[in-house]
Design a binder for this molecule. Structure first.
Ligand SMILES: CC(C)(COP(=O)(O)OP(=O)(O)OC[C@H]1O[C@@H](n2cnc3c(N)ncnc32)[C@H](O)[C@@H]1OP(=O)(O)O)[C@@H](O)C(=O)NCCC(=O)NCCS
Length: 169
């Protein structure tokens, strides 16, 4: 299998059940207590900035972006990102992140934040948020709080408690 065998498309409502199954398979019930899940619970994700990887009709990977706010700053939360086990290590995860970042940039967004592994996301443009700048609604390992500035300097105003943007309007 090669990356060229997969289609990468914006997420549609009819993908929801398959995406839920992929996230359940990847993260299990533990996902419901994670800080990022807690934020995503408070409002919708951005369908136009969320993508699926398809093998034929089958959804084999998914990434979602959700609008978030912290202090005066606005940004996007990336996640969940998950790829079905049988399709790992082909490059689908990295392609999904790259496509989502491109779409976010094209829509005028300047910042993407996530909770994840720096060795995976570092080469994709993410680096560690300065210690103490952000707090999540539930504790996270500070080394896993990462940001990618699509517009240089956008992280500066993004300070304090991270919330769904719908709660900050
Ligand atoms: C993490 C995940 C999305 C990666 O998807 P994928 O399509 O297999 O990733 P890619 O093919 O783009 O990249 C694979 C490479 O990343 C590496 N990698 C995978 N997970 C990693 C991690 N957590 N930390 C560091 N490197 C990682 C692989 O070893 C591989 O390295 P190689 O290219 O040197 O062989 C997938 O493994 C998954 O769904 N995991 C369970 C859910 C999860 O942990 N999601 C991320 C939450 S932060």
């Amino acid at each position: 299998m090669a990356l060229a065998d997969f289609a990468f498309l914006p997420e549609k409502p009819h993908h929801d059940a398959a995406i839920e199954a992929i996230n359940d398979e990847a993260f299990g019930p533990g996902r419901f207590v994670k800080a990022a899940y807690h934020i995503r619970e408070d409002g919708p994700h951005e369908r136009d900035l969320s993508f699926v990887a398809l093998s034929g009709e089958e959804v084999v990977g998914s990434v979602r972006l959700t609008r978030i706010a912290a202090g005066e700053g606005r940004g996007l939360l990336l996640g969940p990102l998950a790829v079905r086990p049988a399709f790992k290590n082909i490059g689908i995860g990295k392609r999904l992140v790259a496509i989502a970042l491109d779409a976010a940039r094209a829509s005028g967004h300047g910042l993407v934040v996530l909770v994840g592994d720096a060795p995976y996301y570092g080469p994709l443009g993410f680096s560690r948020v300065p210690a103490g700048q952000l707090s999540m609604p539930r504790p996270v390992d500070a080394a896993r709080l990462l940001a990618c500035e699509l517009t240089p300097g956008k992280l500066d105003a993004f300070r304090g408690v991270v919330r769904h943007a719908a709660l900050a309007q």
